[in-house]
Each structure stands twice: as structure tokens, then as C-alpha cells.
Design a protein around this ligand. Structure first.
Ligand code: SME
Length: 151
């Protein structure tokens, strides 16, 4: 199955699962569990929530990660500050990249923006391979996180 079809299928599955609950933590945990186990190259998959000006780790799957991320450093903060999805082909080339696990080589970060324009959280996915993420991952993941009850 190609990647786009796989994302479409997972979106359908998750839309049924997430419809039953509106608690954000429950929804985030469910999304992570599904994504982490369905994509071989997802080495770490999780959310960082923006709480009182700090990025605090939320539900995730994979190796133990940093609990908070130093302000305005790294990919997650860049995504919060620009409100854009960021794809990093080689984390060693990203200035200020924060390596919670030295095995990560590429990553994608997608912001979750509320209707008032404030950022609620980001979804961060890491891979042990270079250049694992592309436009299809960005579109597929953006659609999946739109299922979270943010407003
Ligand atoms: N690489 C991220 C930090 C989070 S972890 O890798 C799980 C960053 O640069 O913001």
C-alpha cells in the first residue's frame, strides 16, 4: 500500500476512535499508539504541549524524551514560532536541533493551532534514517491531528 493510501486508512480508523472521546490527552495518546505501530520508520512519535510558555512533553511512544525543550531552540520551537510544519532531512544540519536521542536523524514537526491563532501543541515524529519525511507525511499527519478536539 502506498503511503498516501495508508494515511487515508489511518485517518478513517482514527476518526472513528477519536469521535468517542473529546479529552485531548486521550486523543493524543491514541494517535501516537496508532502511528507508532503502523509506520516502521517512526522511531519516536509524540506531542509537546505549550504550557505557560514552556514546551512540555505530552503523550508519546518510543524512547524516553526530554520533558521540556529549551525555549526558542530546536525544531519544535521553530514550528511553534512560525506556526508552520517543518521537515528536517538531516537533524545534524538544523541549527540548535535538540537531540533527545542521538539516534534520531530526520524529523517532522507539525503545529496544532487553535482558531484564535495560539499554538496548543506540536506533533513531533523522529526517524533513525535520513530524509524519512516528505510532503505526504506532512499532509497525512496534518489531517490526522485535525481530529483533535482543540477548540
Ligand atoms: N528534536 C526536537 C526535540 C524533541 S525530541 O527529539 C523527541 C527539537 O529539536 O525540537
Amino acid at each position: 500500500m502506498n503511503k498516501q493510501k495508508k494515511y487515508e486508512r489511518l485517518y478513517e480508523q482514527l476518526s472513528v476512535l477519536l469521535r468517542k472521546r473529546t479529552d485531548i490527552a486521550a486523543q493524543m495518546a491514541t494517535i501516537n499508539a496508532v502511528l507508532y505501530h503502523k509506520f516502521d520508520y517512526f522511531f519516536w512519535c509524540g506531542f509537546y504541549r505549550l504550557l505557560d510558555g514552556e514546551l512540555m512533553v505530552g503523550p508519546y511512544q518510543g524512547p524516553v524524551a526530554c520533558q521540556t525543550l529549551e525555549k526558542n531552540k530546536g525544531v519544535c520551537w521553530a514550528s511553534v514560532n512560525t506556526k508552520e510544519t517543518i521537515i528536517v532531512e538531516d537533524v545534524h544540519k538544523f541549527p540548535d536541533h535538540i537531540a533527545c536521542d542521538a539516534r534520531s536523524r530526520s524529523e517532522i514537526v507539525i503545529p496544532i493551532v487553535k482558531s484564535d491563532g495560539t499554538v496548543l501543541a506540536v506533533l513531533d515524529v523522529d526517524s533513525k534514517d535520513m530524509a524519512s519525511f516528505d510532503k505526504q507525511d506532512a499532509e497525512g499527519l496534518q489531517k490526522i491531528i485535525s481530529l483533535i478536539s482543540i477548540d
